[in-house]
Design a protein. Sequence first.
Length: 335
Amino acid sequence: MNTTGTLTALEICAGAGGQSVGLEKAGFGHSLAVEIDRDAAATLKLNRPSWNVRHGDVREVNGRDYKGIDLLAGGVPCPPFSVAGKQLGADDERDLFPEALRLVREANPKAVMLENVKGLASSRFAGYREKIMRELGEMGYLPGWQLFYSSEFGVPQLRPRFILVAVKEKYGKRFAWPSAQGTPPTVGEALLPIMASRGWGGAEAWAAKANSIAPTIVGGSKKHGGADLGPTRAKAGWLQLGVDGKGIANEVPGPETPFDHIPRLTNHMVARIQGFPEDWEFSGLKTSVYRQIGNAFPPPVAAAIGTSIATALGMKASNRVADSLDSRNRLRVAS
């Protein structure tokens, strides 16, 4: 059993590090983190200069260079499966599941963890999911899908994510999906210290109104206009919490701001709602930073699932993120 060492990970589509920092907390060190967006790659390098971060296309990575790593992980692009898009699945050129499977064949990791949107769980993609399960089964893995809500892991937004985990058969009996870890803070509870930081007199009353979790943060893409908190329905949800979702603010309200002001969130606040560490910095201009944050996999969710994988691989759970393992949620062999 690995009691002191660090497990190794190859992460693709790493983004601004939401999954990365969660896996780090779970006990994984990065042999390589690959990200095609220049600003997001710069964010990774800014926060973890010791990591091997590659700005480039995952298609250019040779998995044989990382033969025998412990984990291949990634948040492959969601537009092929998102209800906000055309849901073209395998017909979408942005579908990188085939590249992830190629890397699994080449690197032969002990475990695989891939994150995507809830849309991939729909019946429309049942055949697609079964094909992936079958390929992983043929490579000697026990694969399984699970839908998680980020609010189940202390994140103050719903943010459903559909997760694929596959572990080599020898570790299968030791893997269990993490169970929910308590009630998340409300938006008001999470953001009050930031909202009040410049002396706005209405901060306490605002926080009392923002008394539930947030709608799912929507990062959008470069084809999307500026930084805002999502489509019309999402903006309406934010307004019920006392937040103007039509844009992102440069700074929090100050002492001169009227008590009844409806504030916009800053990127700092959006990062807090996503569960990023307080000291995590972002590279790029405001809109780029918002997209990096909004498209991220919340670190607390990644940490919980990563801890379950690390435990299955034999890493002692002490001194890492606490998790609750439910023996009823074991992986099953793909049919």
